[in-house]
Ligand binder design. Structure first.
Ligand code: S3P
Length: 169
């Protein structure tokens, strides 16, 4: 079983992946962590600032390609993977199921707060534009959509587990 969590920054992908990892007894992997390791930089911000976003996107493709060979994982993705169809194809290869964690922008603003960790969230106006543009892509690639507003991490993870049970995945 390979579960791929997609959604905008702050949708809760990392936290839900950790919770699912416990519930399903599968390892959780974080694409941003793997990218960071490959980059030799200290932070995602540093990759964007020193190597450019394009380089970050190239690393994202490499990491997705490596994950293609791995099964039995919960994969927490970066919010921008839907911009590259090839990443979706690598991640879905085999038995991959894509779960879209759908949050409203107001909820996301509350969660991300004034975090300076996310290079593409520094400007709220452009972040909102990105959010609006990407919604259609998240929906398009998703096998299952979970709304996360006003729900606990546990409740979101349970909805995903129920979906997997119903679909006999
Ligand atoms: C990005 C989202 C980030 C990270 C990078 C780019 C994006 O991950 O991959 O800053 O393009 O939305 P999170 O979604 O985990 O914040």
């Amino acid at each position: 079983m390979k579960i791929i969590l997609i959604g905008f920054m702050g949708a809760g992908k990392t936290a839900v992946a950790k919770k699912l990892s416990k519930k399903l007894d599968l390892p959780a992997v974080e694409m941003d962590d793997l990218i960071l390791k490959k980059s030799g930089r200290k932070s995602i911000n540093e990759i964007f600032a020193r190597d450019t976003e394009l380089h970050f996107r190239e690393l994202e493709i490499e990491v997705a390609k490596n994950l293609k060979k791995q099964d039995n994982r919960i994969i927490s993705t970066g919010g921008g993977i839907v911009m590259n169809k090839i990443i979706i194809d690598y991640l879905k290869a085999g038995s991959g199921k894509i779960i879209f964690l759908k949050s409203s922008f107001s909820e996301i603003k509350k969660r991300v707060g004034n975090s300076k960790k996310r290079p593409l969230f520094k400007n709220r106006k452009t972040a909102l534009e990105l959010f609006n543009f990407r919604q259609q892509l998240y929906r398009k690639y998703a096998d299952f959509v979970v709304r996360t507003d006003n729900k606990s991490i546990d409740a979101v993870a349970d909805e995903i587990v129920n979906y997997l049970l119903i679909k006999k995945i």
